[in-house]
Each structure stands twice: as structure tokens, then as C-alpha cells.
Design a protein around this ligand. Structure first.
Ligand code: SF4
Ligand code: SF4
Ligand code: SF4
Ligand code: FES
Length: 627
């Protein structure tokens, strides 16, 4: 049982748990102590000295972030010595720091700026110019990250987050004292082991590391922010979405996405947020013209009632459980076929493997070792790789798009016992997936491995939970039926099809249809060919639950342009017959085409981000140059 201790801070008696630090206890109690290097998710290093407090019993100043509470401690955060030293330290930080808040992106959310105001001083005692001459400009040669050495307070949060949380080890500390700089291990940093997760930008307490795509576009106090679950991949990170009207030229848009104190985010969301602002389909359309929601529902209801059994629904695993539930009900009320791209790889794997009870991140944390099978998991679930780095049974070559390259399959039979096998089924060919499923099942039973079956789609576990396998037809079989004109109406959700069929093929298939209804967040994709196009929500827009690798997570709807999916589907259901019909299932055919996934461009959401495309191209060029 955890032992309790009693301490006094600023005259208040507080009960704390043995082992906690003074700073943790004080912050929990709402007592304000300034700090730079401390972060709840990072190792304590006691580098900045800003968190000093006065120990009344010993008559000494101590740093609160690395002092554990002891029974009977009497602490003051208001002692004159504390105040003097806080001022002295801030002077020292300001000496190195230019007072360029008016042009610094961190203004308004900068710890140094805030502490200057709260604990003084707000001026430089030593003129910066004398030392400025001594320091040189540090160019990270990046299109995405920018480092201002003279703003740096040398707290080492960036190096620690990069070493210990992301595991990319892309930064190190150069020189000492006033000459200290944070530098990338390889330049340009964009093509190094850096994964562009943006965590160093986020944890930097000042504006020393900033995001170039965000630079100068807006000010932090102009933005609204909400926390929601990211639905770009199945990890389900909590992210902060910042949006609003930041500059006078643009409409309301998303300006930035950030992690929470969990420090879980990847490049797909930290830099890929610009996809939310691109070519959006925000209103329903019919034959290319905006149409009222009521009319669209009437058309859909008529189509489903008159030719429900000649209709197929192509699910997207980027939909919330609630929308998936509605689609299941639609299919059962009109007898429509249902298919999913997951039938090509994930479900094919399960045919060999058998029933799967999903494992979540909590279940696999802290295992001795992990074995990776299938495509690089950093392309499909980047933050999952943060949990397992350093413990993977076999690393492959470490060039960027294959950082956690899977073990050679021949090696599977020679594995030691225990551990976790993570199988990334994304992009596996049907037959290969089936055989591999059977093999992994055998090996996991023989050697005592637990198995996490992964797919890149955000809510693949939601689809699995709601539809199982029995209700779903194979994607290829449905497309064949369309080609043969036996299926006349197709409701396509999401933009997955181009991963499986060439564009000419898709167009040829679509031409055979009487009605093509596309539900998509984007106007530039399949919606171009649709008779009816209806918006689909992304993160920050969708209200509902997602079955992520962290379990069931709720996503919030707050972006002002989001589509009111709930009312739309409620109205649609009201217009359909109440009785239930059998959902027929077609099996036996599936496409084989699937492009290679990259950590920056892995699905139709990330593909639409200009930032990620630029990163991808820069890396592709660097790899081809090196080889
Ligand atoms: S962006 Fe992420 S991986 Fe790159 S240097 Fe910063 S913390 Fe490290
Ligand atoms: S760049 Fe920022 S996070 Fe890194 S040491 Fe400097 S102030 Fe700290
Ligand atoms: S790891 Fe996945 S859920 Fe987390 S931020 Fe990246 S894309 Fe979003
Ligand atoms: S926060 Fe305690 S020394 Fe930096």
C-alpha cells in the first residue's frame, strides 16, 4: 500500500503520497511554481533550477522537481530568497534571450513570457548583443522545423522527448553554457531519423523550436481549441485542434494540431492537419450542384426502397461506430450487400487465424519483446511504435519508411518464447494473408505469444466489432457484380477504392451503375463522378465512438463547418421500411493492387496534406539519391 506523508507548503497542510516530488504535489494542489525543464511525461533532470522553493527546516533553497516529499517537510514558495532567485534566474535566461515576443510564434503561450510577467524581470540586465556575437545561427535545413538558438532556455525537453518518447533520437546538445545549441543528428533534419512528430515543438517552453507551416499565420490567442480523438489511424491519440480566423485573408480553418500532455501525436496529424482545409465537400450535391439535405434523403430513400437488393454499401473504416451502426441497419432493412476494403487483407488474415479478441495498447505495454510482421507499423499506426521501440525482436534497415521493418518470415519459427506479435495486415495479398494467419496462430500457441492484429484504418476494430465477418461480402466480388450490372446502386464511403483499382478501372465500374452515391470529406475524389455526393466528417467534425488501439474513444464535433451526420442518418432511417431483410453475401474475389504505404502518406486523408506530400517527396528524393 502506498504510504502517505504530511507536508506543509506556504502554511497549508497537505497529505501527499510518498515518492511524489514536491513540484507534483504543489501543482496538484494548485500552488504555482515556475518551471521549464519539468514535464509530467519526461524524465526528471533538474536542469533549469527555475522550480526552486525554500525548505524552512534546513534553511536552504531546493529544486522542487527532483525533491521527493518527506514527512514533516515545511516548504515556502514565497520566501524572499525564492523570489530573489527566481528573478536572478529569469535575468540569466533573458540575457541569452532576445525580447522578440512581437514576432515570436510562441507569444501568448510562452512560459518565459508568462514567468517574466509573474515573477519578473521583463528586461535584460546584460545586453544581449555582447553575447550574441559569440553564437552562430543554427540551421536545421528544414522546411518544417526551425530552431532559434537565442530563444533556447536549454531545458532539454526536446532532446528527452525525442529520445525517450518518440525514440527517434534525432536531436543532440552541442557546446556548453551560453554556446549551448540543440542540433539535429543529421541535416537536413527532414530526411533524418526525425519522424516529424512535432513533439519537440510542443514541449519547447519557449519559441526556440517552431513549426514553419504555422509560422506567422496567426497568434495563439486568436484561436479556439478543443481536444478530441484523432481518427487518422487506429491508435486514437488525444489531440488538440486549434481553429478559427487567424489571418484576415482566409475563412475559418484549422491552423494547428497539437498533442496533449500524453505526448502522443505523429506527423500525420501534427503536420497533416492542412488536409482538413483542402478541397472539402461540405454540402450535399446532386449531379454536381448543391442540393438540400431533404431532397438528398428522399432520393436515397427512394433508391434504397425500390432497388435495395441491387444495392451495395462500401463501408469506410474511418466512420464512427454510430454511423457504421446506421449503415448496418440500412442494409438489413433493404437487403443491400455490404462490403469493406478490410475484406482484402485484414479479414483474409482472420480466415487463416480464426477468431480474434482485440488487444489494446494497455495489453501490450511493457512486454519483453515484440515481433513485427507485415508492413512497417510506423506507416499504419505511428504512435504504436513509440510504445515498442527498443524492444523489437529484430530491427531491419533503418531508413525512414521502414524504421520498424518486420522480421523475415522464415525467422518466425526460431523465435524465443513469450512476447507480443504485431501483425500489420495492411496491404497483404489475400492468399498470403490467409496462410500467414494460420501460421501466426500456430506459432503463437506453440510459443506463448499474444497477437495484436493491426490495420491502418482508424476504426477497423469498429467494423470488426459491428459487422463481424459473416455480413461482409468480398470487395472484389461486389465490384464484379457491378461490372455485370447485377448491382445497380453503389454507396461508397471514403476514398479507399483508388488503393485497390486503377482510376480507369474505377471509372469503368462506375459507368455500369445506375446510381453512384459517394460519402466523402473531399470534393476532389470519387465525388466528382457521383450522382449524389454527401459530406463525411473527419476528426473534429465527427461525433461518435471509435474502437481504437486505446479502446473505445469518443470523438467530438466542434469544427463549425462539420456536417450534421446524426440528423442526416436519423432522417434517412425514418424513411426506410421497418421490416428486416436478409443481407446476402458474395465471396471469392478480391483485388490485389495496393500501393506501398509511407509513414507520411498512408491513406486518402494524409495524401491530401500538402505538408506531408512535401515531406514525403523530400524523403523519397533523399532515399533515391542515397541508393
Ligand atoms: S519532430 Fe519529433 S522526431 Fe523530429 S526532432 Fe522533434 S521530437 Fe524528434
Ligand atoms: S529548444 Fe526548447 S525544448 Fe529544446 S532545450 Fe531549448 S528551450 Fe528547451
Ligand atoms: S498515431 Fe494515429 S491517432 Fe495518433 S496522431 Fe498519429 S495518426 Fe493520429
Ligand atoms: S523544473 Fe526543476 S530544475 Fe527545471
Amino acid at each position: 500500500m502506498e504510504k502517505k506523508v504530511k507536508i506543509v507548503i506556504d502554511g497549508r497542510e497537505i497529505e501527499a503520497q510518498e515518492g511524489q516530488t514536491l513540484l507534483e504535489v504543489a501543482l496538484k494542489e494548485g500552488i504555482s511554481i515556475p518551471y521549464f525543464c519539468y514535464h509530467p511525461k519526461l524524465k526528471i533532470i533538474g536542469a533549469c533550477r527555475m522550480c526552486i522553493v525554500y525548505n524552512e527546516k534546513t534553511g536552504r533553497l531546493i529544486t522542487s522537481c527532483n525533491t521527493r516529499v518527506e514527512d514533516g517537510m515545511i516548504i515556502s514558495t514565497q520566501h524572499q530568497l525564492v523570489k530573489n532567485n527566481q528573478r536572478y534566474l529569469l535575468q540569466a535566461f533573458m540575457t541569452r534571450h532576445p525580447l522578440d515576443c512581437p514576432i515570436c510564434d510562441k507569444a501568448g503561450e510562452c512560459d518565459l513570457q508568462n514567468y517574466g510577467a509573474l515573477f519578473g524581470p521583463q528586461r535584460q540586465i546584460v545586453p544581449v548583443s555582447a553575447l550574441e556575437k559569440e553564437r552562430h545561427y543554427i540551421d536545421w535545413e528544414s522546411d518544417f522545423l526551425e530552431y532559434y538558438t537565442n530563444r533556447c532556455v536549454v531545458c532539454y525537453r526536446c532532446t528527452r522527448v525525442c529520445d525517450d518518447v518518440n525514440g527517434a533520437r534525432a536531436l543532440y546538445v552541442e557546446e556548453r553554457g551560453f554556446h549551448t545549441n540543440i542540433v539535429p543528428t543529421v541535416r537536413p533534419i527532414d530526411t533524418s531519423s526525425c519522424e516529424m512528430c512535432g513533439l519537440c515543438v510542443h514541449v519547447c517552453p519557449v519559441g526556440a523550436i517552431i513549426s514553419k507551416p504555422f509560422k506567422y499565420w496567426t497568434r495563439s490567442w486568436l484561436l479556439k481549441r478543443e481536444i478530441t480523438v484523432c481518427s487518422v489511424c487506429p491508435v486514437g491519440c488525444q489531440v488538440q485542434v486549434e481553429y478559427g480566423i487567424g489571418d484576415w485573408r482566409s475563412k475559418e480553418k484549422v491552423y494547428r494540431t497539437k498533442p496533449t500532455d500524453d505526448l502522443e501525436i505523429c506527423a500525420k496529424t501534427f503536420f497533416g492537419y492542412d488536409a482538413l482545409n483542402r478541397d472539402r465537400l461540405l454540402k450535399p450535391h446532386r449531379y454536381g450542384k448543391e442540393e438540400s439535405i431533404g431532397n438528398v434523403i428522399n432520393h436515397l430513400a427512394y433508391m434504397l426502397k425500390s432497388k435495395g437488393e441491387e444495392t451495395a454499401i462500401l463501408l469506410s473504416s474511418y466512420l464512427s461506430n454510430e454511423v457504421l451502426g446506421v449503415l448496418k441497419e440500412v442494409a438489413t432493412r433493404v437487403g443491400a450487400y455490404i462490403t469493406s476494403p478490410l475484406t482484402v487483407d485484414f479479414y483474409a488474415f482472420l480466415e487463416g487465424y480464426g477468431d480474434y479478441t482485440p488487444l489494446h495498447l494497455e495489453d501490450i505495454k511493457g512486454a519483453d519483446h515484440y515481433v513485427l510482421v507485415g508492413d512497417d507499423i510506423t506507416s499504419s499506426a505511428p504512435v504504436l511504435s513509440y510504445y515498442i521501440k527498443g524492444k523489437v525482436y529484430k530491427y531491419g534497415r533503418t531508413y525512414k519508411d521502414a524504421k520498424l521493418k518486420p522480421i523475415n518470415l522464415e525467422g518466425l519459427d526460431h523465435l524465443p518464447g513469450g512476447g507480443i506479435i504485431i501483425v500489420n495486415t495492411t496491404g497483404m495479398a489475400c492468399e498470403e494473408a490467409r496462410n500467414l494467419g494460420a501460421k501466426i496462430k500456430r506459432i503463437s500457441e506453440e510459443k506463448g505469444y499474444r497477437v495484436l492484429i493491426l490495420h491502418r484504418d482508424a476504426n477497423y476494430l469498429g467494423v470488426y466489432g459491428i459487422f463481424g465477418r459473416d455480413m461482409l461480402s468480398d470487395l472484389g466480388s461486389i465490384m464484379e457484380e457491378v461490372r455485370e450490372r447485377r448491382i445497380k446502386n453503389l454507396l461508397v464511403f471514403g476514398e479507399d477504392l483508388p488503393d485497390y483499382y486503377q482510376e480507369e478501372d474505377i471509372q469503368e465500374i462506375f459507368r455500369k451503375l445506375e446510381n453512384l452515391v459517394v460519402f466523402s470529406p473531399f470534393a476532389d475524389g470519387l465525388a466528382r463522378w457521383a450522382s449524389i455526393a454527401v459530406p463525411m466528417n473527419l476528426y473534429g467534425e465527427a461525433q461518435g465512438n471509435f474502437h481504437t488501439l486505446k479502446g473505445l474513444r469518443s470523438s467530438k464535433r466542434f469544427l463549425p463547418w462539420s456536417f450534421d451526420e446524426r440528423s442526416f442518418y436519423e432522417e434517412l432511417l425514418k424513411s426506410l421500411p421497418q421490416e428486416f431483410k436478409e443481407v446476402k453475401v458474395l465471396r471469392g474475389k478480391n483485388p490485389t493492387l495496393r500501393r506501398h504505404l509511407h509513414i507520411y502518406r498512408s491513406n486518402w486523408i494524409t495524401d491530401r496534406s500538402e505538408n506531408l506530400t512535401k515531406l514525403y517527396e523530400k524523403n523519397a528524393k533523399a532515399v533515391s539519391f542515397a541508393s
